[in-house]
Design a protein around this ligand. Structure first.
Ligand code: ADP
Ligand code: MG
Length: 681
């Protein structure tokens, strides 16, 4: 197969007929990408079945129904605010078709017969039915309609034709799955599965999505296995140190290690001292003190005469880690992120290459091809879930025998973790550093916002520092931002210059300054989007307000709450919520109110969500999956893990016929880091 045979899939959406830049922009918002493949991957959330015709007498409020009726009367409104109505009958009863906006005069003609399909309201009428066609055109009524996630301004009919055209862009692909597996599961081909889901003629059976979920999971597992082999193929080394640097660092830090920190550090030291590669996961609840452990591990590498790197998910966190390093590490540390440019960047490249910089912290810039290390012995990867697994593991190929320590606060169940990462040792850091007080969490209806704000005013008067997290508005950062800016303007009107603003779309220097002002107490209230979710550490902050808490995932709320309760003062978390909470939503917030144990919150959250919660994968703490949900599809994930191992045992370079097809699979799912391991020796 030609290497560019996949090009039509990766073409921009504007290549599709009828899709201009404006529509493409809306589609990008809904689909999460602006290429043909992003549209295809935007699977429906549910399906409306219009195949069965019912009589008017049998209409059930709330359901979608299709009826064949006579138009017997048309009622024009008395004034412009009232709707136009068509009264229809099929002999079993009467119903009204109600139109507040333009009445379809061409379709609803007095005395004619029509097929109508739409949602039945409480009075067994239909307001703006979805479809109206003449009886002779019944075949123009879509039998089964996919319900896609949309965004403001985007309607299903915008997607229908582009989707049909996108399906034609899927090139003929060789089958990458084992024929025996396909036969057993009775799975369709890749293209058939998309057609069945995106342009259905009948409600698709579960196997259609399962096939695609398995494609994605297999791509992930093969990619992981390839990178792991590459990393493992290199020998490890023994890192031992005399403890001198650590001792100085702890002295500057000013506190003793907690017992769990000491235990975890012992486990890490044993790995470092052993002549094999370390691949260890440090799982610890928010605020349990992982950073200090990481820094001490890094100093062990430096004591042994080598270098260590700390990879952070965001620029903000990288800068914060740098400040911590500068405060406690007795050797020089450098920052390498996208915003370090020009001469400074060149200087850091040189220092890393000649070894004069022993410690470096940064974002993904750290593992770019260009960066060379003199002797990178340890890579610490903070808050794993923001990076692709293979990308992170590739840090391990930056040195002759780089050990890897991954830190995460996301309490994913252990079996899932292992399958996502492959074999790795796991250390758990429990508890919190001594002297820290629990965070008191309370729930408040948004209707009481004025009272809440008064309470905050009193807290500010008393010297408190307050985070105010603005709601997630939609799948779109632009809308979130608007909400944050509006709230900021209001709070600033009331509290003046004490209020700062931080969000993801600021220039990083501006955002940094906002965070630094807050950390230093120059501002005492920080209005923010979720940029502060991960790891921001301001010990003096004691109040966290979260607006529309019900729109956040529990893990995310727990992370946000973890931003307070870091110092000696009593801390508070105020969860503001809508009045009309569903039962589940209410229970989720109560759970958060009643416990601060991140692992318990995660477990209960999995349980509470059960099947079919709308928030779906976004809740499971494992973003990055588009067709599969590793929690729901855990069985498939395990299958894919074994499948990938077997495949690579037989065909490590993916050169067999199936191997070639799997290469295409990796490209379809853009597992580029893994692809690189195949190209290089
Ligand atoms: P996380 O595990 O969420 O990354 P951090 O490393 O940010 O947690 O630590 C949380 C807070 O606890 C920080 O302010 C840190 O300085 C403090 N801390 C960490 N270890 C200790 C300790 N042994 N004694 C006192 N405070 C500590
Ligand atoms: Mg942290």
């Amino acid at each position: 197969m030609e290497p560019d045979s996949l090009a039509p899939l990766f073409a921009p959406l504007t290549d599709l007929r009828g899709v201009g830049p404006t529509l493409a922009g809306l589609m990008k918002r809904a689909c999460g990408g602006d290429r043909v493949i992003d549209l295809l991957f935007h699977l429906p959330e549910s399906f409306i079945d219009r195949r069965e015709q019912v009589s008017l007498r049998a209409l059930v409020p709330g359901q979608t129904a299709t009826v064949a009726v006579d138009v017997v009367r048309i009622e024009q409104p008395g004034n412009a605010r009232q709707p136009t109505k068509a009264i229809v009958t099929d002999g079993t009863g009467f119903s009204e078709l109600v139109f507040f906006k333009s009445f379809p005069t061409a379709k609803l003609i007095l005395g004619t017969k029509v097929m109508v399909s739409g949602k039945v309201d409480d009075r067994r009428n239909m307001v703006h039915p979805d479809h109206i066609v003449g009886l002779d055109q019944a075949d123009r009524l879509p039998p089964v309609e996919p319900v896609w996630g949309l965004t403001a301004g985007l309607f299903p009919w915008h997607l229908r034709r582009p989707m049909a055209e996108a399906l034609t862009r899927i090139p003929p692909l060789p089958e990458w799955h084992d024929p025996a597996l396909l036969a057993r599961e009775q799975w369709p081909t890749f293209a058939e599965a998309f057609a069945a889901l995106q342009t259905p003629t009948a409600p698709p059976p579960p196997k259609m999505r399962q096939r695609l979920a398995y494609d994605e999971l297999l791509a992930g597992q093969v990619a992981l296995a390839l990178v792991r082999r590459r990393v493992r193929a290199r020998p490890g080394r023994a890192l031992v140190g005399n403890g001198a640097l650590r001792k100085m660092a702890l002295a500057s830090f000013g506190h003793r290690l907690t017992v769990p920190q000491t235990e975890v550090l012992h486990e890490i030291d044993a790995d470092l001292a052993a002549p094999r590669r370390m691949l260890r996961l440090l799982q610890g609840d928010v605020g349990s003190g992982k950073t200090l452990v990481a820094i001490l591990a890094m100093l062990r590498a430096v004591e042994a005469g080598a270098q260590a790197a700390l990879l952070a998910p965001t620029e903000v966190l990288a800068q914060q880690h740098l400040r911590t390093l500068e405060r406690i590490a007795p050797v020089p540390a450098a920052l390498l992120t996208g915003s370090v440019k020009g001469a400074a960047r060149t200087r850091i490249f040189a220092g890393l290459a000649d070894g004069s910089i022993p410690l470096v912290v940064g974002t993904h810039a750290l593992f770019q091809e260009k960066v060379e290390y003199h002797d990178l012995a340890l890579a610490v990867i903070d808050e794993q879930h923001r990076f692709g697994v293979e990308e992170r593991l590739l840090m391990g190929s930056k040195g002759p025998a780089t050990d890897i320590l991954v830190m995460t606060a996301t309490p994913i169940p252990r079996t899932l973790l292992l399958t996502q990462w492959g074999e790795m040792q796991v250390s758990r850091l429990s508890g919190k550093p001594a002297g820290r007080r629990p965070v008191r969490t309370t729930l408040h209806s948004l209707a009481t916002l004025p009272d809440v704000t008064d309470g905050i005013a009193r807290a500010l008067d008393g010297g408190a520092r307050v985070y105010w997290v603005c709601p997630l508005v939609a799948e779109s950062e632009a809308n979130d931002l608007a909400a944050a800016e509006a709230r900021y303007a209001e709070l600033r009107d009331r509290f003046g210059a004490a209020v700062g603003l931080a969000h993801g779309q600021q220039e990083s220097a501006v955002r940094e300054a906002a965070l630094a002002d807050f950390a230093a107490g120059r501002t005492r209230m920080l209005v923010a989007t979720t940029v502060i979710e991960v790891g921001v550490d301001v010990a003096e902050a004691t109040v966290m307000v979260i607006e529309h808490a019900e729109r956040f995932g529990l893990a995310q709320l727990h992370q946000l709450r973890g931003r307070v309760g870091r110092g000696r003062e009593a801390s508070f978390c105020l969860l503001l919520h809508d009045d009309g909470l569903t039962d589940i939503a209410k229970r989720r917030l109560l759970l958060l109110r009643d416990t601060e144990d991140g692992f318990r919150i995660a477990d209960e959250d999995f349980r509470l969500r059960g099947g079919g919660d709308l928030l779906g994968t976004r809740q499971s703490g494992m973003p990055g999956w588009r067709l599969a949900d590793p929690v729901e599809d855990e069985g498939l994930l395990h299958m894919a893990g074994k499948d990938a191992e077997l495949l690579l045992q037989k065909d490590a370079r993916l050169t067999s016929e199936r191997g070639q097809a799997v290469r295409l699979l990796l490209r379809v799912f853009e597992r580029t880091a893994a692809m690189r391991t195949l190209h290089s020796g």
